[in-house]
Design a protein around this ligand. Structure first.
Ligand SMILES: N=c1c2ncn([C@@H]3O[C@H](COP(=O)(O)OP(=O)(O)OP(=O)(O)O)[C@@H](O)[C@H]3O)c2ncn1[C@@H]1O[C@H](COP(=O)(O)O)[C@@H](O)[C@H]1O
Length: 87
């Protein structure tokens, strides 16, 4: 099963290799403004799911939020260590 760290490693590789049909590459090319909007959008969906939807739907929305946060981290050139040091 994928983890936060293994997904980040996968996305870091996508950012370096830049495969043609990668949604991550497209999201990185869209820039930090668009990446930030996606974080906000997914956070809203997490909130709604937490109040009104099933555990499964909430889990899916949370996974998408984690993905969008990682895209933003890569967009800004942050590493996991940059964030983990504050945990
Ligand atoms: N975990 C994710 C992931 N979570 C969410 N998403 C993207 O976010 C979309 C869902 O978000 P939305 O609710 O905003 O849906 P949407 O508005 O229809 O999506 P968009 O049109 O805005 O892309 C999905 O369709 C994916 O495009 C993800 N895209 C990729 N990954 C993983 O990232 C890795 C690299 O993916 P690629 O770069 O696409 O190869 C793979 O392991 C993927 O599983």
């Amino acid at each position: 099963m994928k983890t936060f760290d293994s997904l980040f490693a996968e996305l870091t590789e996508r950012a370096a290799i830049r495969p043609e049909h990668s949604g991550t590459v497209a999201a990185l090319e869209a820039g930090v403004h668009a990446q930030g909007k996606k974080v906000l959008e997914e956070a809203g969906e997490v909130w709604i799911a937490a109040e009104y939807e099933s555990d499964e739907k909430l889990s899916e929305e949370i996974s998408q939020l984690l993905y969008r946060l990682q895209v933003l981290m890569l967009g800004r050139g942050l590493t996991l260590e940059d964030v983990y040091k504050y945990l």
